[in-house]
Each structure stands twice: as C-alpha cells, then as structure tokens.
Design a protein around this ligand. Structure first.
Ligand code: ADP
Ligand code: MG
Length: 255
C-alpha cells in the first residue's frame, strides 16, 4: 500500500480553509502520527481520506490510483482497504444490537472475504468470538449490548470491527481521547501490537503528542491547517523542530 497526498487544501467557507496545501506520503507498514491542537484540521484530513468529505484542491492517490474513484468496483475495494476508528466508539455500535451483530457488519458487506488471521471454516458466531479475543476481550461478550460495555471495551470492539476486513490502512481519529489514562495506554498498546502483527499501515491522529510519540515512528504537525513540521520520532527533541512542535512537547511535559 502507498498513500500520497499532494497539495491538498480544503475550504469549508470563504474565510475558513481547514487544510492548506498539505503534502506527505505514507509507506506500507508505517505508523504515522498527525498531531495538532483542536481545530488544526486533523479530522477534516481523516474524513477526506475516508471519502466522507469532498475536496476540490489537490491529489490523493492510494496505490497509485486517485481516491474516490467513480468506478464502483474500485470504490468498494478502497472502502474495504481503508478503515477508520473514531474517538467515540459508541457511534459505530448500534445500541439496539448485540455486539456480534455490529462486529460482523463489515464482513456482511464483503461476503466473499474471510480474514486470514482467524481459523478457516468458523461459524459467524465463532468468528465474532475470535475477533473479540484478538482485541483482548472475552468471547462471551459477543452477546452483550453496547451499554453493558465500558468505553475501553467498546473501543476494542470498534478496533476488532475495523481490522476484520484486514485493511491496508487504518485511520484512527483520537481513538483514546475519551478514555481514562490507563485505558488509553492499553488501547495504544493494542493498536501497536495489531499493527506489528498484521503489517497494516496506521495513520494515528491525536491532539496529544505523548500518545503520538508512544505509537508512531513518524510525526506530522498541523497548525491551523498548515503542515508546519514533519520528523521521525528519534528527532523529536532536535533543535530544528518547529516552535509549535516544541510548544506541544512542553505543554505535554514529556521532556
Ligand atoms: P481538528 O480535528 O484538528 O480539531 P477539524 O478538522 O475538526 O480539526 O476542524 C478544522 C476547522 O474546520 C475548524 O475551524 C472547524 O471549525 C472547521 N470545520 C470542521 N468541520 C467543518 C464542517 N463540516 N463545516 C464547516 N467547518 C468545519
Ligand atoms: Mg478532530
């Protein structure tokens, strides 16, 4: 998989440019972080990548093809290959349905696909159980309803759901922002472990540079829609870091 973003801009209204000439690329198996304060354009970028938000300026190519293709077959393939995890896991789980139903929904949409990381020939319920076990939940939980789960457990379910289609790119938009600190760390560990196991590419979005530094090898910094800094994690404390990056580090007091 390769993802290239070239000169991407997004204008919501006359005076509001949420993204300004953003360019970067992402390689297979990489975990790349996007960090910036609230309002810097992170979610806009995520929604554009998922095809949930239109854009007029710039080019985004996935494996060499422009995204949001008109060809329905290509679009369907793209939607399978690029999955997203949101801050609010509740939004991806139907409150009226037991967990297994929401969990298997993506696989229901791609009936000819069977994940390679689970045993062959499972019943649908066994498949749901194995998916839960992969994200560290007890298999009995397939019969529960969303309101019976904690925030961390719901986020694990939404991760299981997202990886069930073996996406080559997983976009995570503030996946830990509404969780307690200890649960945040557990979810970050899980994401990192799954990323290494499956070699999927992860685009990890957070306002918290500590979370980004924990999981990502490369970091991109957005400020008011501008890409102001880009570096590998080893260089996070370099003198040449953008003043805004330094301010984020200082505010997080990780130095
Ligand atoms: P972040 O995720 O970094 O907090 P967003 O991408 O949500 O940033 O927002 C970037 C800017 O775009 C903000 O000024 C926000 O108010 C604005 N914005 C976001 N979504 C919309 C929308 N659907 N319509 C109009 N303005 C929007
Ligand atoms: Mg956001």
């Amino acid at each position: 998989m390769s993802l290239m973003i070239e000169d991407l801009s997004k204008q919501y209204s006359k005076n509001l440019r949420a993204l300004k000439n953003i360019s970067f690329s992402v390689q297979k198996g990489e975990c790349i972080g996007i960090v910036g304060e609230s309002g810097s354009g992170k979610s806009t970028l995520a929604r554009i990548l998922l095809g949930l938000e239109p854009f007029k300026e710039g080019v985004i190519t996935f494996n060499g093809d422009p995204i949001a293709p008109r060809n329905r077959k290509l679009l369907r393939e793209y939607r399978k290959n690029v999955q997203m995890i949101f801050q609010d896991a509740t939004s991806t789980l139907n409150p009226k349905l037991p967990i297994w139903r929401s969990l298997l929904e993506p696989l229901e949409n791609y009936k000819d696909f069977y994940p390679s990381f689970v045993e062959k020939g499972l019943t649908r319920m066994e498949l749901a159980e194995q998916l839960l076990e992969i994200v560290g939940l007890e298999k009995q939980m397939v019969h529960r309803f969303p309101h019976e789960l904690s925030g961390g457990q719901k986020q694990r379910v939404s991760i299981a759901r997202a990886i069930s289609l073996e996406p080559s790119l997983l976009v995570c938009d503030e996946p830990t922002a509404s969780l307690d600190v200890t649960v945040q760390v557990q979810i970050l560990k899980l994401l990192k472990e799954l990323q290494q196991k499956t070699n999927m590419t992860v685009l990890f979005i957070s306002h918290d540079i500590r979370a980004v530094a924990y999981i990502c090898e490369r970091v991109i910094v957005l400020k008011n829609g501008d890409l102001v800094d880009e570096f590998i994690l080893d260089d996070i404390y370099d003198e040449e870091r953008h003043p805004y990056t330094k301010a984020l580090i200082q505010a997080a007091s990780i130095d």
